[in-house]
Design a protein around this ligand. Structure first.
Ligand code: SF4
Length: 353
């Protein structure tokens, strides 16, 4: 890939980054473990949300060893509210591998680091360039947006194969002396200036070398065709309590969405449902309910990346519970506060408090 302004582009970007960079806790360290943690937390989550989690997490797990052998329930509790919990489990598995296979030293080359659980091409490049000063690409959605505009790349960024083109573009442009600053500069530029809508081109450090700015079509880039379908599922949620004021909770399976997190029992409502959801609840969980105390405790939607839960929550009194399923148990409010619970369940808990 040829690009005549490459030197000027990289110089302006790195200088701008060093002047304007946001003061973030993970930018005050060159410890690859801490940078790895930050990059995993930042996937799909806003910087402002991540900061308190990052600080708390590293206080609890300051070293690779401390995270590698932490109990999973405690780890999920630390991650509670950040979502995408498989990130936490993969991070722990990857960290354990580093401790056991690499003598607690995060690998400093793409080949080895990419083999760690949960470390994709972006995270690998971010850790290698920021912590180890290696000229390695780290291409995420922000970077694709900036480069699609600056270099006028019109490939569909929804197609997995397109990433390669952007990785080659970064390989061509990256500052070999300051690769970490270059990559972070691209990320910050995408987050602060070259935003999805209304890019602030007049403030942009690479405006003079941006083809989309010259052509006046920045708002039409990047090209992204594929729309991810978001499936909707309706649930009746049963917030059931016993005579001691303890609530019935269920642990989710140890694989898949929100694995190992705790929730109030949820009954899916579909066209095929033959039983009333309250009957299904009683049958599935071996409980008898006296009455609906409140059949409209809370109604809300929770949107994941690929599906939406439409939740209708009912408060019910449980008068009899025999032979509860293995993953189901009554807990007091104090005990519930110690359990890892996903955000939609925390919303319900909030109403109960
Ligand atoms: Fe993005 Fe505008 Fe800068 Fe080009 S000039 S990189 S479109 S902000």
């Amino acid at each position: 890939m040829e690009y005549q302004y490459k030197e000027l582009f990289r110089q302006n970007l790195v200088e701008w980054f060093n002047k304007e960079k946001r003061d973030l806790p993970w930018r005050r360290t060159s410890d690859p473990y801490k940078i790895w943690v930050s990059e995993v937390m930042l996937q799909q989550t806003r910087v402002d949300t991540v900061i308190p989690y990052y600080n708390r997490f590293l206080k609890k797990y300051p070293t690779l060893q401390s995270l590698a052998y932490a109990p999973q329930e405690e780890l999920l509790k630390m991650w509670e509210g950040l979502g995408y919990y498989s990130r936490a489990r993969n991070l722990q598995a990857g960290v354990k591998e580093v401790v056991e296979k690499y003598d607690a030293k995060v690998p400093d080359n793409r080949h080895d680091i990419s083999k760690l659980k949960g470390v994709g091409p972006y995270t690998a490049g971010a850790v290698l360039s920021i912590a180890y000063n290696k000229a390695e690409h780290a291409v995420d959605g922000n970077v694709m947006r900036v480069l699609s505009r600056a270099l006028h790349i019109k490939e569909d960024i929804a197609l997995p194969k397109t990433r390669k083109i952007f990785e080659q573009a970064v390989d061509m442009l990256i500052d070999p002396q300051r690769p970490g600053d270059f990559n972070q500069g691209l990320m910050d530029l995408g987050a602060m200036i070259c935003t999805p809508t209304s890019p602030k081109c007049l403030l942009c450090p690479v405006r003079d070398y941006c083809i989309a700015f010259q052509e006046g079509d920045a708002d039409q880039l990047p090209i992204k065709t594929k729309k991810i379908k978001n499936k909707k599922i309706k649930y009746d949620v049963y917030v059931g309590y016993d005579e001691n004021g303890r609530y019935l909770l269920e642990k989710r399976p140890d694989e898949g969405l929100l694995a190992n997190m705790w929730q109030f029992p949820m009954i899916e409502i579909s066209k095929e449902s033959v039983l009333k959801s309250s009957d299904e609840f009683q049958l599935n969980y071996n409980v008898d309910i006296m009455d609906f105390v409140n059949d409209n405790l809370l109604t809300f939607k929770h949107v994941f990346s690929h599906l939406t839960w439409e939740m209708n929550c009912n408060l019910v009194k449980i008068v009899k519970a025999t032979d509860l399923p293995e993953n189901v148990c009554f807990y007091s409010k104090e005990q519930i506060n110690q359990l890892p619970m996903p955000v939609p369940m925390l919303k319900i808990l909030n109403v109960l408090n």
